[in-house]
Design a protein around this ligand. Structure first.
Ligand code: IMP
Ligand code: MG
Length: 181
C-alpha cells in the first residue's frame, strides 16, 4: 500500500496529539450543553472514534452517509443521502465531524439540512482543511480544524481513494499515478 504514496503528511503521533487538543477545546466549549456529534460516513470514523474519547463530557452521537455524485478524486457538489440520522437533532448542540473540508459543498448541504431540523446550534469540526480548494459560494469556515493542508489528494486515517487506504494509521499523499494523472 505504501508504494502508492508520495510521502507521509501527518504521522500517527501528530494526529493523536492534535486530536487530543481538539478534544480539550471541545470539552471546554460544550461544558453543560447537550453535545451531539454527527459523523459523516465513512471518512470520519477513525477521527470520530479518537475524538470522542478525547472529549470529557456526556455526549450522544450519530452518523450520516452522503455521497456526492461522481467518483474518484473530484466532487460534483450534488449530494445524495445514503444513510439518514437515527436520532432527532432538535434542541441539541450539534457538532458535525468530517474528515476533510475540500470545496465545502457537501457540508453546506448537510448544514442546510440540519438547520431545517431545529438543532440548537450547528458547528463543524474537520480533521483536515484545504482552504485553497473552497468553492466561491462557500463563505463559512470550520469552527474546529485539525490541520490546514495543501491541495494534494490524501489518504489514510479514514480517508480513502476508491474505498482503499482508510486503514493506514497516518495521513499520506497519494501518488497521482494511482488515479491516472
Ligand atoms: P467537498 O464537498 O468538496 O468539501 O468534499 C469533501 C469530501 O470529498 C470529503 O468528505 C472526502 O470524502 C472527499 N475528499 C476531498 N478531498 C479528499 C482527499 O484529499 N482525500 C480523500 N477524500 C477527499
Ligand atoms: Mg467524506
Amino acid at each position: 500500500m505504501q508504494r502508492d504514496l508520495l510521502k507521509v503528511l501527518l504521522t500517527e503521533r501528530e494526529l493523536s496529539d492534535r486530536v487530543r487538543e481538539l478534544g480539550r477545546e471541545i470539552t471546554r466549549d460544550y461544558n453543560g450543553k447537550p453535545l451531539h456529534l454527527v459523523g459523516i460516513l465513512k471518512g470520519s470514523v477513525v477521527f470520530m472514534s479518537d475524538l470522542m474519547r478525547a472529549i470529557d463530557l456526556p455526549l450522544t452521537m450519530d452518523f450520516m452517509a452522503v455521497s456526492s455524485y461522481g467518483s474518484g478524486a473530484k466532487t460534483s457538489g450534488v449530494v445524495r443521502i445514503l444513510h439518514d440520522l437515527s436520532i432527532p437533532v432538535e434542541g441539541k448542540d450539534v457538532l458535525i465531524v468530517e474528515d476533510v473540508l475540500d470545496s465545502g459543498l457537501t457540508l453546506s448541504y448537510i448544514m442546510e439540512l440540519l438547520q431545517s431540523k431545529d438543532a440548537n446550534s450547528i458547528k463543524i469540526c474537520t480533521l483536515l482543511n484545504k482552504p485553497s480548494r473552497r468553492h466561491p459560494e462557500v463563505t463559512w469556515e470550520p469552527d474546529y480544524e485539525g490541520f490546514v493542508i495543501p491541495n494534494e489528494f490524501v489518504v489514510g486515517y479514514g480517508l480513502d481513494y476508491s474505498e482503499k487506504y482508510r486503514n493506514l494509521p497516518f495521513v499520506g499523499v497519494l501518488d497521482p499515478k494511482v488515479y491516472g494523472e
